[in-house]
Design a protein. Structure first.
Lengths: 119, 163, 137
């Protein structure tokens, strides 16, 4: 079981990432999220990274991979809570979050998911 | 012991001074509920662009704004380096969930950007702040309507419709 | 003026988190702003991860050095060394961006963009030492 719990609220899976996650814990989260989407038929994923201090290329790419995998299974992913310093660093590294939706916080992330999931 | 204390004190003073410079040169204005405007005046070197971006992101975070309007009317020369800085600022603001518009693109700027083959296709651009505001309102589902019989006489308007 | 080096041994994934956390703490102590702290921590994270993934038995060492400069400036130097296979073509690795397909990019172009100075000392069979520095005015 990953250190990061996955909570289901209606059609949305929510996961709050912690700072200092080991690579294997992040990979485990990815796997469990994919399984959860498959089993629950979830249509949305909300990943809260507001307490994550460092997003390097590994985590950045993993978030993009989660979004891509979720999309293939019919779910939209919204990443919320990027810290300003993290946003600047990601841009300077040249890491693009093309297929990943982002929102400032969980509240706005929810609103975005509602719009994306609207029929 | 005094020598060891000095660098720490200096570090604090430098930080304070930096913050003051930030506030003076890159005013981030909340022009509407959820809308931030950043009028950029003068040239943009790397250091200034970084300070500007940081100030903007902090403002997005603290105000929870959804729309950001970067106004480059006051930027005299938009060259490749300036465009790169602007694009980075735009990307960073977008990562904070904001919709970003670049306004103040006048003919000379537009021609320069085309000539330099700079790709601004990922950014919404408009000529003026007013047009940017119009778009911001539209995005937020807002409309500016003139109340019948009030305000200065405007031969062009007949009492309704957006800005 | 320099202070004693702080060393984080890398022997597995935990070292990535420890190294970048220490780098962030040192950067904060030196008066670097939050964004610079993020740049430094992220760069160290990239370099430490390379040790875990590419070095022999994923072992290496991260050495952090602080500099203070007359006039109030400061700097941080991070030396990441391993006794791994070495990098065959440094230029190629520095060009390599983020691969969309399989294969981990080494994150070196990203690291170089985040730091002020980067030096790579490597040879096949002799391991790799990467030194990065950032200065605060």
């Amino acid at each position: 079981m990953a250190r990061v719990p996955i909570v289901r609220v209606g059609p949305v899976l929510i996961s709050t990432l912690l700072s200092g996650l080991l690579d294997q814990e992040v990979l485990q989260l990815q796997e469990e999220l994919m399984d959860s989407i498959e089993q629950s038929g979830a249509r949305g994923v909300l990943l809260d990274i507001s307490t994550v201090e460092t997003v390097d290329t590994f985590l950045g790419r993993l978030l993009a991979d989660i979004a891509a995998g979720a999309r293939l299974m019919g779910a939209h992913t919204v990443v919320v809570g990027l810290q300003p310093a993290v946003a600047v660093t990601l841009v300077e590294m040249g890491l693009e979050f093309k297929a990943v939706h982002v929102a400032l916080n969980a509240e706005k992330g929810w609103a975005l998911l509602r719009r994306l999931l609207a029929p | 012991m005094a020598e060891q204390a000095m660098p720490a004190q200096r570090a604090v003073t430098i930080e304070e001074q930096r913050r003051t410079i930030d506030e003076l040169e890159t005013p981030v204005l909340q022009v509407w509920d959820s809308v931030l405007a950043l009028p950029i005046v003068g040239s943009l070197d790397t250091a200034r662009a970084q300070r500007m971006t940081e100030a903007l992101l902090e403002a997005i975070s603290s105000t929870g704004s959804d729309v950001v309007i970067l106004d480059i009317t006051g930027v005299p020369v938009v060259d490749t380096a300036t465009a790169k800085h602007l694009l980075e600022t735009v990307s960073a603001a977008k990562l904070m969930g904001a919709e970003v518009m670049l306004v103040g693109i006048v003919t000379r700027t537009a021609l320069t950007l085309v000539h330099l083959d700079i790709d601004l296709s990922s950014v919404i651009t408009r000529t003026t702040m007013a047009k940017g505001m119009e778009l911001a309102f539209a995005r937020l589902g807002l409309e500016v309507v003139r109340r019948a019989g009030s305000g200065p006489a405007h031969p062009a308007s007949d009492g309704g419709g957006p800005l | 003026m320099t202070t004693a080096d702080q060393i984080v041994p890398i022997d597995g994934e935990e070292g990535i988190v420890s190294a970048r956390q220490l780098a962030r703490d040192v950067a904060r102590t030196l008066g670097f702003g939050t964004v610079d702290q993020s740049r430094i921590a992220t760069a160290v994270s990239e370099l430490a991860r390379n040790v875990v993934h590419y070095a022999t038995e994923g072992r290496g060492e991260v050495r952090i050095r602080q500099f203070t400069v007359d006039g109030g400036g400061a700097g941080i130097e991070v030396v990441v060394a391993d006794a791994g296979p070495g990098i065959a073509d440094v230029d190629e690795v520095l060009q390599r961006g983020f691969t969309s397909g399989a294969g981990l990019g080494m994150g070196l172009p990203a690291t170089r963009r985040l730091m002020d100075e980067m030096e790579i000392d490597t040879a096949l069979g002799r391991g790799t030492t990467i030194t990065v520095r950032k200065w605060r005015r």
